[in-house]
Design a protein around this ligand. Structure first.
Ligand SMILES: *Cc1c(COP(=O)(O)O)cnc(C)c1O
Length: 383
């Protein structure tokens, strides 16, 4: 089946037999049973990380609505399983804990990454060690105790791209985790290039409407078992309503990504010719994100937009713009930010479904306003 068909039907295969059209939303925290001997055996199976049909016993062990979203996302990424979490950061935390608890706590990562991911990995909060590497240097950075290689492509916020096939070769038997939040399975399926773990901040394009927080990891069944075991004891589960909204979001994902990418490509082209724009970053892969460095004060652009939403995050049906040095990447040390191409002049825009000329009118005047606002570059941060 084609991706568009999978997006609409996956996770819903049994609905006709159930005699319903909308997916049942199960909000139960507990599941009554009169047979506690049988429940004890089921509990043992859940504790081993198995995904069981039927009642999950308790909401932290599993939820039928959430399981529908997981099976649909796994199908879209072309992987056997997916495990969801309360947020993208909870999903990444589980992957780090999996590496640490496997006795291979060393991580190799390529910058840039989303600011909080960078901070989590670099801080060693969860017990991991870290070596930063260029894509070409990953093979040399791998040690016998390396449990994970982590990359984003296109990366947040510069949209820099990595040759995943070459990188997967360089990783050998070490699992390669690709944060696919920006590309989504519509534009890129990392498993087809040899990656074994695909992570999403489901908060972004999978949800697609800015009203649900979630994270998900697509992978093989044995890694899924490990992640489920970690999720059971750490508790970062996806809420059933979030699972419902994310499954609904998946059904329009291909349509949204194509329309938003067409808008973004056109805006990238127009921005490249704008006198107030120093440089445009737009992935060869395409996609709904555009980053650009302005001549004037980037804060003035944020203050001047009227149609575009001045907000952190991305992936919604409306266009969002933010200043990475102030928001998404503020937690990364200034020198490290600059070292991986996140300049203080950079703005990151997630393009929505509005009419492209309406967007351009707003953007054009906001960037012009920034040139004439006087200050031509970002002042050094105070404090
Ligand atoms: C937002 C984001 C995350 C973190 O996801 P949350 O759902 O906010 O926890 C991770 N990776 C990328 C690329 C992101 O954009």
């Amino acid at each position: 089946m084609q991706l568009e068909t999978t997006a609409v039907h996956a996770g819903r295969e049994d609905l006709v037999d159930l005699g319903v059209h909308a997916v049942p939303l199960d909000l139960s925290t507990t599941y009554p049973s009169r047979d506690s001997r049988e429940e004890a055996l089921r509990l043992d199976a859940f504790a081993s990380g198995a995904q069981l049909p039927g009642a999950p016993i308790y909401g932290r062990l599993g939820n039928p609505t959430v399981a529908r979203f997981e099976s649909a996302l796994a199908a879209l990424e072309g992987l056997p399983a997916a495990v969801s979490f309360a947020s993208g950061m909870a999903a990444l935390s589980a992957c780090l804990l999996a590496a640490v608890s496997s006795g291979r706590p060393h991580v190799v990562a390529v910058r840039p990454l989303y600011g909080t991911s960078d901070h989590l990995i670099a801080s060693g909060l969860l017990g991991n060690q870290l070596t930063w590497a260029d894509p070409d240097g990953v093979a040399a950075a791998i040690r016998p105790d390396t449990g994970l290689v982590i990359v984003e492509t296109p990366a947040n916020p510069t949209l820099s791209e990595i040759d995943l096939r070459a990188l997967a070769d360089a990783c050998g038997s070490v699992p390669l985790l690709v944060d696919n939040t920006f590309a989504t399975p519509v534009l890129q399926r990392p498993v087809e290039c040899g990656a074994s773990i695909v992570l999403h901040s489901a908060t972004k394009f999978l949800g697609g409407h800015g009203d649900v927080l979630g994270g998900v990891v697509a992978c093989d069944e044995s890694y899924a078992r490990v992640l489920r075991q970690i999720r059971i004891v750490t508790g970062g589960v996806l809420h059933p309503l979030a699972g419902y909204l994310l499954l609904r979001g998946l059904s329009t994902l291909p349509v949204r990504i194509k329309a938003q990418s067409a808008n973004a490509g056109e805006l990238a082209r127009r921005l490249a010719a704008h006198p107030g724009v120093r440089r445009v970053h737009y992935p060869r892969l395409g996609g709904p994100l555009v980053a650009f460095e302005v001549e004037g004060d980037p804060h003035a652009v944020i203050a001047a937009v009227r149609l575009v939403t001045p907000a952190v995050s991305l992936g919604s049906v409306d266009t969002l713009i933010q200043h990475p040095a102030s928001l998404s990447h503020r937690i990364v040390e200034e020198a490290d930010r600059h070292g991986c191409g996140v300049s203080d002049q950079l703005l990151r825009m997630s393009v929505g479904l509005e009419d492209v000329d309406d967007l351009w009118d707003d953007l054009d005047s906001a960037v012009l306003a920034a040139i004439s606002s006087g200050s031509r570059s970002v002042p050094a941060p105070a404090g």
